[in-house]
Design a binder for this molecule. Sequence first.
Ligand code: GAR
Length: 231
Amino acid sequence: MTNPRESFNKKDTTTSSRSATSPAPSGKARLAILLSGRGSNMLALARAVREGGLQGLAEVAVVFSNIPEAAGLQAAAELGYATASIDSRGRKRAEFDAEVVAKLREFQPDYVVLAGYMRILSPTFIRTFAGRILNIHPADTHQHQGLHAYEWAWENRLPETKITVHLVDEGLDTGPVLAQAPVDLRGAQSLEEVEQRGLAVEHQFYADTLARLIRGELHPETPAPAAATQP
Ligand code: GAR
């Protein structure tokens, strides 16, 4: 019997008719894009794949959500991308993530690209795709982690925030930073304006950073060397 929490749409008219498990004949990096909400970053990445900085470098293998009714998932399906979802509500993290890993593996992703995927990943998930999971965070992850980063910038009247693209580890927005982009917030009149300015940067910057990573131009920040011990 089909698991009612799981749905799968194999329609993918933007790439080819090959099955979800066959290797990419194109040599392009295969992206599994994960989201939980409206999916504006997913749409920006998909656009960059079609006609922007990721063209010729990457292809969308699948768009996955832990929320079956997420607007972003619907938008991806309407654009013809393969989509999959497993409802995370009420599930234990390790067990749920094991199912997600199995589902994503069917699509043989080279990169797992979190785009508003509001979950902390289990160690098994991280190990499976080690060094190949990216996230975008709307603040400097050294200064702010978790939800509500634009609210934080607005409430503190920051003159600038930094969009961060980082590799994902087992913590909340703690993985090694790949790149950061400043957002000028001076003169912003509302939280909506802060978010609008930030998202405009996010949408360009995520694709650009991923393109640089695929081309081998980026190396994640390495932890500072431990301080020399006193003799
Ligand atoms: C984006 O602002 C993204 O940076 C943020 O969620 C939003 C998702 O929007 N992610 C985080 O806060 C991760 N800690 P989207 O669904 O329109 O792409």
